[in-house]
Structure formats: structure tokens, C-alpha cells
Design a protein around this ligand. Structure first.
Ligand SMILES: C[S@@+](CC[C@H](N)C(=O)[O-])C[C@H]1O[C@@H](n2cnc3c(N)ncnc32)[C@H](O)[C@@H]1O
Length: 469
């Protein structure tokens, strides 16, 4: 693909994401497939689209002084400027004069001579005079939000919850690309077998220090490797692997995964169970459930049963005390994964967080009775927010004094997580800066063995009376 065509494609995607709230990864995948892009072109397209989106707020700040009537400009012209400035400022591999030339050519084609000349003027003047510094923004929170391109409300909220230093580290980490990690399908291979094989094939890999089945990949295209195609591996973040690792499943168990699509954690648990027992995996719609089924088949797993359902009504389908383990990997705002999906940070609101926390609490309320008396329930999200994480657990425990956070969970976690700032009595909040993973929350609950309350005694009393009668 020519440089100009590649940038035109990038501009088309950015404009659609910016103006119609379309999902960037869907549009990227469509473009890659439709245009049959080579690996190198895919890399550059991804870098331009995600890089520009990731730094949108900062780029707006840098471009603003150079344009007079911003409101009159069509959205595509602004996106053309943002993506060009992104390449000039943050990408080394393309010389500035080439970026400006391509931008002007695109402006001529999509608009007219006047627009092309405006684009040329703005970019050349930015190149000549340099851009203003983020240091000019006096308020530290506003400066952080602009420089790292997060909505101001989000940064304020994080500072209130976690303090300025932790928030700063998180916001800057959110601008960096994360290394890819894969999970070994332990029903087929050991981790050392996979590492040996990939190293022979000139991949640059390292075992994960957090996740027993995880491998970090620094060089090599794993999607094209035979081990990936034959179901020996799954792509998964190390933080998500901690769920399967610490929920404590074993062969023959009955496990419920209440929110399972696309099946990353379902299949991990099923692998741990070595194809024995059963993981019952639900998600809202048949289309999503199919993804779980496909993933299980791809990995050669035969102990997964799927179904479409609202998990707030699972008591209509299953008796209480049915499952040995329950996973509630709840729907969430996804603020822990904004590195890979930058559109998320611009599309979420505080109102969404409030609504989601209510759904999370409802889900927890309705799936918890399905757990056996001595069972364990894992709650997790890929977000960084107290209201969706610690407060959901706190509220559940307040209403259910017969439940507690399983103290053994903290003991079993990897040693290096134990002193993290995100450890609380309610679980572990991993920040992206802790281990270069997604931002992720997980905790494990169980029923208290020492719990007796009046109602229990009352129940016992009644049942004794009934027996006597
Ligand atoms: C965080 S994702 C799950 C990711 C999955 N556990 C994995 O590891 O691949 C949350 C899922 O919950 C589903 N969901 C949302 N509300 C639900 C509900 N009321 N009942 C069942 N599933 C629901 C969403 O469709 C989404 O697929």
C-alpha cells in the first residue's frame, strides 16, 4: 500500500471513531482485512491510529494556537492535523517533510486547494516555531489530564481515590505500548516446551513472573505461529491469568462462569481442570456465547457447557449450592485497558460507572447463593475504580455478614504483589504501572465457617420442631 493510501485509511478510521463513536479495533480489523495489508503496513497503520487516539487531548492542545477558526473546520481536517502532528512529534521513523507532504496531498484530494494550503501553513509553522509546552498549564491535575490525554473528570477521580503520584504513574503508563503475553494450554504443553520451541523459531520470549502459565513475547508474530493455530496458546493479559490461577479449581469440579465471553478465563479454568468436571459458561447473547464455544473448541477443551442468559436470573436455571467455584468477571468500565483500547477513555462517564457498579452488585447478589457451602467465588474486573471494585465487595459483605474475603487468597497471590499499594481488605487492585499489565481487580470470597446468627438458629429451631412433629 502506498504511504498516501495508508494515511488516508488512518484518517478515515480516525474520523469515524471521533465523530460516530465507532470502535477503533473493529474499523482497524475491517481495513486490514478488506485491503489485505502487509505486516509492515498494519504496524504503521496501528501506530498512527492508536497513537493519535491515545494522545488526542494533548494533540488538540498543541494544535489549537495554530488554527484560527477551529469551529469552522470539518472534522476530517482536524483529524488530519492531529495525526500529522502525532507523527511529527512522537514517531521517529517518518521524516517531518514526508508527513507534511502526505497531509497536503490528502487535503487536496479530500477538500480543495484552500484547505491544502491551510494544512500546509499550520504544519510548517508548527515545525518551524515548535509547539507550546504542557508546563504552561498551571493546575497539576489539568496538566496531567492534557499531557497524558485523559478526560479531566477521570484524572480528578483517580487522584481522589489513589493520590496524585499513583495517578501520574498510571496516566503515563497508559500512553506506553504493552508487551504481548500468551497463556500456555497446559492440557497440551508445558511452559518450558513452548519457550524452547519459540526460542528455536527466533522469538524473543520470557516466562511471566506473575502468571505460572504466562509467556511474554517481545519479538515474533505469534498469530502466525503453528502453536497458536493448533490451540497450544491463547493471547491473554497476565493480570487476567491470575483469575484462573487463584480461583482454586481442580479436576472434576462444577464451576460457573457467569460473564464469560469471549472465553479467556472460562478456558483457562477448563485447562486447569484438565478436561474433567464442567465449566458452565453464560453470557448475555447467543452471539457472544458462540465465541466462548469456539475458543473452547479451538483449544481442544471438552469440559465447557455454554448458554445465553442474564446471570441476574440464574437461580431460575440452577439450584442453590450447585457450584464448587463461581467466577464473576463482571461487565465494567474497562478503564484498566485503555492502553490497548484508547477510545474507552473518551466514551465513559461517571454516570456509566455508577450504573455499572449497580449491575455488578446485582450480579454478585444473584450468583452468590449458587455457591456450595464450602465453595469459593472470585470477583474480578478490568477496571481501576473503587466504586466498581472495593465498594461492590464492601457493600455485599455489609449486607451478607455470613460472607468474607478469603484470607488464603492474599497468602496464595504471587509474592511480588503482596506489598502493592492496591492491596486492600477487599482485594487486589493492580495498576498498569505495577507490572506492565492491564489495570485489573480481583478478589476471592467465601462463606464464613464460624458464622451463626439469630436467623440460622431460628431456622434450626423450626426444622427441629418440624422433625419432632
Ligand atoms: C469482562 S467481560 C468478560 C470477559 C471474559 N470473562 C473473558 O475472560 O474472556 C464481561 C461480560 O459480561 C457480559 N455481561 C454483561 N451483563 C451480563 C449479565 N447481566 N449476565 C451475563 N453476562 C453479562 C458481557 O456481555 C461481557 O461479555
Amino acid at each position: 500500500m502506498s504511504n498516501e493510501a495508508l494515511r488516508e485509511t488512518a484518517l478515515e478510521i480516525l474520523t469515524r471513531v471521533g465523530e460516530n463513536n465507532s470502535f477503533s479495533h473493529l474499523l482497524m480489523n475491517q481495513a486490514i482485512e478488506k485491503k489485505g495489508l502487509a505486516h509492515r503496513d498494519t504496524g504503521l497503520l496501528t501506530e498512527i491510529v492508536y497513537g493519535t487516539l491515545q494522545r488526542k487531548v494533548g494533540l488538540q492542545y498543541l494544535v489549537a494556537p495554530f488554527i484560527v477558526k477551529q469551529k469552522k473546520l470539518k472534522p476530517w481536517v482536524l483529524w488530519l492535523l492531529y495525526m500529522s502532528v502525532y507523527q511529527m512529534k512522537y514517531l521517529d521513523r517518518v521524516p517531518d517533510h514526508a508527513v507534511i507532504h502526505e497531509a497536503v496531498e490528502i487535503a487536496k484530494k479530500k477538500g480543495h486547494k484552500g484547505i491544502a494550503s491551510m494544512v500546509n501553513g499550520v504544519l510548517r509553522s508548527m515545525q518551524r516555531n515548535g509547539t507550546r509546552s504542557f508546563e504552561e498549564i498551571e493546575d497539576p491535575i489539568e496538566r496531567l489530564a492534557t499531557e497524558t490525554s485523559h478526560p479531566l473528570w477521570m484524572v480528578k477521580r483517580w487522584v481522589d481515590m489513589y493520590g496524585l503520584e499513583e495517578t501520574k504513574a498510571m496516566c503515563f503508563t497508559n500512553l506506553e505500548t504493552k508487551s504481548m503475553s500468551v497463556r500456555v494450554n497446559t492440557t497440551k504443553y508445558t511452559r518450558s516446551e513452548i519457550i524452547e520451541r519459540l526460542t528455536e523459531d527466533e522469538f524473543d520470549v520470557e516466562p511471566s513472573s506473575l502468571a505460572n502459565d504466562g509467556i511474554l513475547i517481545f519479538k515474533g508474530n505469534i498469530l502466525k505461529h503453528e502453536l497458536f493455530r493448533n490451540g497450544g496458546l491463547t493471547i491473554q493479559d497476565e493480570s487476567s491469568m491470575l483469575v484462573g490461577q487463584h480461583i482454586g479449581v481442580s479436576k472434576g469440579m462444577e464451576v460457573l462462569d457467569a460473564c464469560s465471553a469471549p472465553g479467556g478465563k472460562t478456558t483457562h479454568m477448563a485447562e486447569y481442570m484438565d478436561n474433567e468436571g464442567n465449566v458452565t459458561a453464560y453470557d448475555l447473547h447467543e452471539k457472544k456465547v458462540r465465541l466462548v464455544k469456539q475458543k473452547a473448541e479451538q483449544l481442544g477443551l471438552t469440559n465447557v457447557t455454554t448458554g445465553a442468559a442474564d446471570s441476574r436470573a440464574l437461580r431460575d436455571k440452577h439450584d442453590d449450592h450447585t457450584f464448587d467455584r463461581i467466577l464473576l468477571d463482571a461487565p465494567c468500565s474497562g478503564l484498566g485497558v485503555v492502553r490497548g483500547k484508547p477510545d474507552i477513555k473518551y466514551s465513559k462517564s461517571e454516570e456509566d460507572i455508577k450504573t455499572l457498579s449497580r449491575i455488578q452488585r446485582e450480579l454478585l447478589e444473584s450468583v452468590s447463593p449458587l455457591l456450595k457451602e464450602d465453595g469459593k467465588l472470585m470477583y474480578s474486573t478490568c477496571t481501576v475504580d473503587v466504586q466498581e471494585n472495593e465498594q461492590v465487595i464492601q457493600s455485599f459483605l455489609q449486607d451478607h455478614p455470613e460472607w468474607e474475603v478469603d484470607a488464603a487468597f492474599f497468602e496464595e497471590l504471587p509474592e511480588e504483589t503482596k506489598e502493592l499499594p492496591g492491596v486492600s481488605p477487599f482485594g487486589l487492585q493492580l495498576f498498569p504501572q505495577d507490572f506492565d499489565t492491564d489495570g485489573f481487580f480481583l478478589t476471592r470470597l467465601k462463606r464464613r465457617s464460624d458464622f451463626h446468627d439469630g436467623s440460622n438458629e431460628a431456622r434450626e429451631h423450626t426444622s427441629n420442631e418440624t422433625t419432632k412433629a
